[in-house]
Design a protein around this ligand. Structure first.
Ligand code: ACM
Length: 530
């Protein structure tokens, strides 16, 4: 009855009153709560933010409108609804539209060539009446949704209905990344991680707008991807792990499932097959890959630098061609990572022609090469990505030869390093990396110190090597809370990154980590908010 009266009244009164006045007068909603967008703890910190002091409230009437012409938007709208509905208990639905919706709704739209947003940027315009998320491309909409998540209380992450109200601080955010490569690397070779574990990690890094997951799929201790033309790689090479016991591997179907799940989270998978060293699992699987024709024993220790493919044998290149052909067919992303690190028993005069030949194989399968910084000793094809981990001289040489850089300096970005001397998990050969140490560095400044220009930097990546990390809870402990810091280094300009300010925002992630069930390290460096 009241509702009917209101809608009649609207018809007659529309000429006299504003719609906003009627919205307030015809509902029992209290006025919007004042909120300060500038006080929200968003990681990565947005590039620009203007607060207007009020808020937008989600109600039973809220709908998500998406521009009808872009199918991706309907899917993203549904993901947003799926994010909002469980904890709010609302039944927010997604509607396609050809025009900007009226008051009370969320609107997702692609706006074409909005200045400065680039391929991954977004703009959030939040008023009391409307929440509008725009971008040039769907990736930007996805990142805007991750920001929205962080503008809601941590309880939004819970699977069951929680107390509201559900209000989002008003203002405008214009945001886009500094670097196009913002990645995590997971070593599934030393210890194997299931498809479910990898998806969980994808969920967690996507929240911080990372867009690359590099999977280290082979090493001395294990071969983790099915190669149909060389089945013993997984039968034998995949059978064990560090410390012994059962290993594991991804079937090609499972790998494709990971690739698709990552793509749904705007994350590109970079698969790595490490060579010519770090190859004992392959050398144990096929005798012909060894110069002496003798299969190696499986290895479950943690030493490095003792194994090598026989770089003089054509069989080895035929093998690599088969492996990369199968992997390229399963991998939509641009890169295949060839490792190339720590080949201590491969003489340099063999290593260089080997890396050159492997690069040609990767290129023949239509992919770009990524590799650890040692590959810069070889020739560099245009488009090659050199991943700096230890050799700043290598990185510089790579750039001089035309390569781009992925910055993973071990002393800052290796999240398998212990936090301090008391950390039970992890290693310490690159030093202890407390949460502040892992945050306080700048890729461009580091490169500039070597005379390398910022424009040669693709981005940042945080590797998690798993000599000591055996399961998803341990993975979470080493990566959280360091991975949000690496994500921020990849996204936020250096002028907006100060540890004293960041640590406050990080401390306010505690409730969200807990709502998400993340097993994080409660570093004493961080003022964890109760
Ligand atoms: C590496 O840590 N060996 C790349």
């Amino acid at each position: 009855m009241t509702k009917h009266f209101c809608s009649l009244a609207i018809r007659y009164a529309a000429v006299l009153f504003t719609a906003g006045f009627l919205l307030v007068s015809c509902t029992n909603e209290p006025p919007p709560t004042p909120k300060d967008l500038a006080q929200e703890a968003i990681i990565p910190r947005p590039v620009s933010l203007e607060a207007t002091g009020s808020s937008f409230r989600l109600t039973e009437k809220t709908k998500i409108y998406v521009q009808a012409i872009y199918p991706d938007l309907e899917q993203l709208g549904q993901e947003l609804a799926d994010m909002l509905n469980p904890a709010t208990g609302l039944e927010i639905s997604v509607k396609k539209t050809d025009k900007v919706p009226g008051a009370g709704h969320i609107y997702l739209a692609l706006v074409g060539d909005e200045a400065g947003l680039g391929q991954e940027g977004y703009q959030l315009e939040i008023t009391e009446k409307q929440l509008t998320l725009t971008a040039n491309q769907s990736a930007g909409i996805f990142y805007g949704i991750q920001t929205l998540r962080q503008l809601l209380p941590a309880s939004i992450e819970l699977g069951e209905k929680q107390e509201g109200p559900w209000e989002i601080a008003s203002g405008t955010i214009v945001d886009y990344p500094s670097y196009r490569h913002r990645g995590a690397m997971l070593d599934v070779a030393r210890h194997f991680f299931s498809v479910e574990d990898v998806k969980r990690y994808i969920d967690l890094i996507a929240l911080y707008k990372m867009n690359v997951l590099h999977l280290h799929l082979s090493d001395d201790q294990g071969w983790r991807i099915e190669i149909k033309s060389w089945p013993r790689l997984t039968e034998i090479g995949g059978s064990t792990k560090v410390g012994g016991g059962e290993g594991g591997f991804y079937t090609q179907e499972q790998y494709k499932d990971i690739v698709q799940y990552a793509a749904d989270h705007y994350i590109t998978i970079i698969p790595e097959i490490d060579m010519p060293g770090h190859t004992n699992a392959a050398l144990a699987s096929y005798a012909e890959l060894n110069c002496d024709g003798q299969a190696r024993k499986l290895y479950t220790g943690t030493e490095v630098g003792f194994s090598t493919f026989c770089t003089a044998k054509d069989t080895v290149y035929a093998f690599i061609d088969d492996v990369f052909r199968e992997l390229a067919a399963l991998t939509p992303g641009p890169y295949l990572h060839i490792g190339g690190d720590e080949s201590h028993v491969t003489p340099m005069e063999d290593y260089i022609p080997f890396i050159n030949r492997v690069q040609d194989i990767v290129a023949a399968h239509g992919k770009e090469v990524a590799g650890w910084d040692e590959i810069a000793n070889a020739e560099m094809r245009p488009g090659t990505a050199v991943q700096l981990w230890a050799g700043t001289e290598n990185a510089k040489m790579g750039v001089e030869k035309g390569a781009m850089l992925i910055m993973s300096p071990a002393s800052k970005a290796y999240i398998d390093m212990k936090y301090d001397s008391t950390t039970e998990l992890g290693l310490s050969w690159a030093g202890y990396i407390e949460v502040d140490t892992g945050y306080i560095w700048d890729p461009a400044a580091m490169a500039a110190a070597e005379g390398v220009d910022k424009n040669a930097i693709l981005g940042v990546e945080a590797p998690l090597w798993t000599e000591t990390v055996t399961n998803i809870k341990e993975l979470e402990y080493m990566t959280f809370p360091r991975i949000p810091g690496i994500a921020e280094i990849g996204w936020t300009p250096p002028a907006l990154r100060q540890w004293d300010e960041y640590k406050q925002r990080l401390g306010r992630q505690k409730a969200r980590f807990e709502a998400l069930g993340v097993n994080y390290y409660a570093s004493p460096k961080v003022p964890w908010a109760e």
